[in-house]
Design a protein around this ligand. Structure first.
Ligand SMILES: [Zn+2]
Length: 962
């Protein structure tokens, strides 16, 4: 394959190596339609595909957001109502979604299996190019908007309509929309691409269809592929969809916005009638940073953002907070558009502080420009950015290959070179050379003191805005209804009926069969192996992992198995304060700079692992570091400095942190009640569960409260305890080192020699559990989360690969129907983890007691279910990721370490995987004994508001208050 070759209709235009990525970038054009394609050819099993259309809003009706939803509601080849959901149930995909941006709509999929990858591409290309929206107008009314009710109850409804009402309740959305409207009055960025609820009902079905026809065309498509792709098969597949289209000559360039005069606007945002308006204003000011093509300038903007407001000691943030102008101050760059902007935002302030804020920004920037920036801080911020840009696994919710595919669009979408969006080396190198010159002063002056193109928005709280908006919407829909003729009324009634019929008609067997599904024989025979090599240095075990990362990754695990149960909460707080408290060499202000300079990511956490039986577990203090390779030795030195030289004297800071931890945990209860209830339930079962609950569950929150409210001595006593813990734990005889191959022996040796020998810990920790309980956790919200479960360790049963298949059967059929559909709970599920934990849980459940009853009948359901000799293929395919998950480099290292500590071999993992893919109905029958044991447990835990707890009656004996 080389330049100018034509493969399945695609001409290869350009082939280049990608600097810093061990990859080749292939650029191709589909000769017939002009569709553009980029392939980042890199050794990567998790393949990514995405198709992006440049979609330029001409109004705020949200037409492209509605199209994004609608094309996934069935297509000519796949005429089911939700192909998207069907794929989730039966594919081995590792990512499946769609996004609407201000100037594009993107449809990405990822998979590690070639056959599955082709299937996903097939369903997605058919969805975007041949959706059913042309002959099923019901889809527009379901996903976009429609009339519902009659007379006084006539109103608008629709999935996107309601979604955007929710989004508009956030002041952040209001602010962002206003800034865009003011900065870009002459191009598409002034419109709300997601849709303004006040404008969505302006959209007609005909306009919706016309927009799809105009923009969803191969000539307006950019397709990206990343990974070890079977390029012949994939191009053939894509070509088969494009062939039927003729080339469309359409101009979709976005005109560059000319500078506008500096402008300030006041805009109301909605707050509750009972809320105070005091200190609720938000003031934001944004300036155009440059154009998409100026990568170095955009990176320089990112460095300045961190320099000025990236931490509590940053000069601009400090100045605003010290002058009492706002409670919080942030600064950010908004990239991924044609003209990126830089925007500061002051929250919890008053509208009349605007001038003082603007003056503070000017004064602070002018001082930095005159005196010159603090070079130490500047280079720390540059290093931190350089780390983030090299950390290709940095976006936790996106697989790496997909993140790379999307980054191409940052320049490619606007006619720029896709390489510039993908590779950061060139721009970073050039920027690094400017750290010592005066370019940063010049940029500060341009952006903040002399910027021609900027706008300020003052968001003022309003108690009446909500009512005004509702009244306006009601008046509008009423006026429309009043103007209807009899014919209109009949037409709208018929539309409502056809929608109802559409929604109530289940997919036929025949239609469901069109959704492509792998055969079990298409799966790999074994899971992806973890490659870990064990060696010894200076008497310490060293685990070396082969992972694909440009960074250095290492962890120090210190055994803490001799800690008593009541020492565990102090261990948890210790992990939070390390890195924030001063050391002998670095003040509290300088330590964050040193960390930015040398370590990209630093994390301390307690690690708890299951032990040999229910009464034993393993407890470790784990320090994790990710850094640029060339800084490995410095990072190792800084880590040992923190471990050896932290000063336990800053009582004020520890008190603040303890209070923040308690407040944060309490706020998370109404959102994550199921997680807390599961943790609590686990504490009745095993030492492992008990230790986990003690370091992070409800009893930990109670412990934090006690310290926060405790007398003068509480915090100093905690400081002493943490100091004693760290002195004991940070020792060579307790240490296991884990590293990516990039970390040198010299770096490991330097850490080992910096630590004292210390005293070894016992092999395992012993904690006696108290046994079954029936507890309620009182939470300040009218929601509930019900949990019951068991433990394989206590039952003396092994974890097998069939357990995730059983979980899918229960989750997609029994629990879904009985608890979600019939019981009205928002979520529910069964999980069986390889730690031996077994849980049934519900999420936002209106009937917790009823749900607990349903959970106890699960075995009876399974026994019935297998009588029909069901086909388990879909349940097996979608369970594969339970024993063979997609793992980033960091997660691979954690998984390898856990296997070492737990003594799990690669052979055992292969055995689990094979058990999973060979699961037969009789394997599920064998697991019914486990479900029977769970049903007989005299234990429940329900996190709920007061009334819902009372409604549980005899299920609950004790109530915990947090
Ligand atoms: Zn949406």
């Amino acid at each position: 394959m080389q330049k100018n070759d034509v493969i399945h209709g695609f001409r290869i235009e350009r082939v280049r190596p990608v600097e810093g990525l061990s990859a080749t970038l292939w650029e191709m054009t589909h000769e017939k339609t002009g569709a553009a394609l980029c392939w980042v050819d890199r050794k990567e099993e998790n393949k990514a595909f995405s198709i992006a259309f440049k979609t330029l809003p001409e109004d705020s009706t949200g037409v492209f957001h509605i199209i994004e939803h609608s094309v996934l509601c069935g297509s000519d080849k796949y005429p089911v109502r939700e192909p998207f959901v069907e794929l989730l149930k039966s594919s081995v995909q590792t990512f499946l979604n769609a996004f609407t941006y201000p100037d594009k709509t993107v449809y990405p999929v990822c998979s590690r299996n070639d056959r599955d990858f082709l299937n996903l591409i097939d369903v997605y290309l058919d969805a975007v190019l041949h959706p059913q929206i042309y002959h099923k107008p019901e889809i527009f009314r379901q996903e976009g908007w429609r009339y519902e009710g009659e007379g006084d109850s006539l109103c608008y409804q629709g999935v996107v309509f309601n979604e955007m009402k929710g989004a508009f309740a956030s002041p952040q959305t209001v602010m962002y929309n206003e800034i865009q409207r003011l900065l870009f009055p002459d191009n598409c960025y002034r419109h709300v691409s997601g849709g303004d609820p006040a404008c969505i009902p302006d959209l007609t079905y005909e306009q919706f269809i016309a927009s799809h026809r105009k923009y969803y065309h191969p000539s307006n498509a950019r397709i990206s592929l990343v990974g070890s792709i079977d390029v012949d098969a994939v191009l053939e597949k894509i070509d088969s969809f494009l062939l039927s289209f003729e080339r469309l000559e359409a101009d979709f360039t976005i005109p560059m916005q000319k500078p506008i005069d500096r402008i300030t606007e006041e805009v109301p945002f909605e707050i509750g009638a009972e809320e105070s308006e005091q200190n609720r204003a938000i003031i934001a000011s944004a300036a155009v940073l440059g154009s998409f093509a100026e990568r170095e300038r955009i990176f320089a903007g990112e460095v300045l953002v961190d320099y000025l407001a990236g931490d509590n000691e940053a000069p601009l943030k400090r100045a605003v907070i010290d002058r009492g102008l706002a409670q919080d101050f942030t600064l950010e760059v908004d990239d991924g558009v044609q003209q990126p902007i830089i925007c500061w935002q002051a929250t919890n302030t008053e509208a009349d502080k605007r001038e003082a804020l603007e003056e503070t920004v000017r004064e602070t920037i002018a001082r930095i420009v005159n005196e010159g920036p603090d070079r130490e801080r500047l280079s720390a911020c540059f290093n931190s950015l350089s780390f983030r840009l090299h950390d290709r696994d940095g976006v936790s919710w996106l697989p790496r290959s997909l993140a790379e595919g999307l980054s191409l669009l940052d320049t490619w979408l606007y006619g720029g070179d896709p390489m510039e969006g993908l590779s950061v080396e060139h721009a970073l190198k050039s920027l690094e050379e400017k750290l010592s010159g005066d370019s940063f002063e010049a940029l500060l002056r341009e952006l903040f003191l002399e910027n021609e193109h900027s706008a300020t928005v003052v968001l003022v709280p309003s108690k009446t805005l909500g009512d005004e908006k509702r009244a306006k919407e009601a008046a509008r829909v009423k006026a429309e209804g009043a103007a209807w003729t009899d014919a209109d009324r009949a037409r709208i009634k018929a539309q409502a009926e056809s929608l109802k019929l559409f929604q109530q008609t289940p997919d036929s067997e025949e239609a469901l069969k069109t959704i492509p599904m792998l055969k079990l024989s298409d799966l790999n025979e074994a899971p992806e192996p973890l490659r870990t090599v064990q060696s010894t240095a200076n008497g310490v075990t060293v685990l070396s992992h082969t992972v694909d990362s440009a960074l250095s990754l290492f962890k120090l695990h210190f055994a803490a198995d001799d800690l008593s149960l009541d020492e565990l909460p102090a261990l948890s707080v210790l992990c939070h304060v390390l890195g924030s408290m001063a050391t002998k060499r670095h003040s509290r202000a300088k330590l964050p700079l040193a960390i930015k300079n040398t370590i990209g990511k630093l994390d301390f956490s307690p690690t708890v692992l299951p032990g040999s039986d229910a009464d034993h577990c393993r407890v470790l203090l784990t320090a994790s570091v990710s850094c640029l390779r060339e800084r490995t030795e410095q990072a190792a030195a800084l880590l040992t400095e923190i471990l050896r030289e932290t000063e336990f004297t800053d009582a004020d800071l520890v008190k603040e942190i303890v209070q923040q931890m308690a407040v944060g945990a309490k706020l998370s209860l109404p959102m994550e009640g199921h997680r807390y209830a599961m943790m609590r339930y686990g504490s009745y079962q095993t030492a492992f569960g008990l230790a986990n609950e003690t370091i992070g569950g409800v009893s930990f929150i109670q412990w934090l409260n006690a310290v926060g409210e405790g007398g003068e001595d509480a915090v100093p006593a905690l400081l002493k305890r943490m100091e004693a813990l760290l002195t004991k734990l940070a020792a060579r005889s307790r240490l296991t080192v884990s590293r990516s191959e990039a970390v040198s022996d010299a770096a490991v040796d330097s850490m080992l020699s910096a630590l004292p020998e210390g005293e070894a810990a016992p092999e395992q920790a012993f904690f006696k559990v108290e046994g079954g309980k029936r507890e309620g956790i009182a939470i300040p919200a009218q929601v509930s989360f019900a949990v019951t479960g068991g433990s394989l360790l206590r039952y003396g049963m092994p974890y097998t690969g069939s357990i995730p298949v059983l979980a899918n059967v229960l989750n997609f059929t029994y629990l879904w129907n009985r608890i979600r559909v019939q019981g009205g709970a928002y979520g529910c599920g069964f999980v069986g983890r390889d730690t031996g934990e077994l849980y049934f849980y519900t999420y936002r459940d209106p009937k917790p007691a009823r749900s607990l009853g349903v959970m106890r009948e699960a075995a009876a359901f399974v026994r019935d279910f297998i009588k029909e000799d069901p086909d388990l293929t879909g349940f097996i395919l979608s369970a594969v990721s339970a024993v063979d998950p997609l793992r980033s480099a960091n997660v691979r290292i954690t998984a390898g370490d856990n296997r070492y500590f737990r003594g799990i071999t690669e052979e055992q993992m292969i055995e689990r995987y094979r058990a999973l893919i060979r699961t037969k109905p009789e394997d599920l029958l064998a697991l019914c004994e486990m479900l029977d044991r769970i049903a007989k447990e005299d234990s429940v835990c329900v996190a709920a508001g007061k009334e819902l707890l009372e409604a549980c009656g005899g299920e609950i004996r004790d109530i915990l208050n947090v």
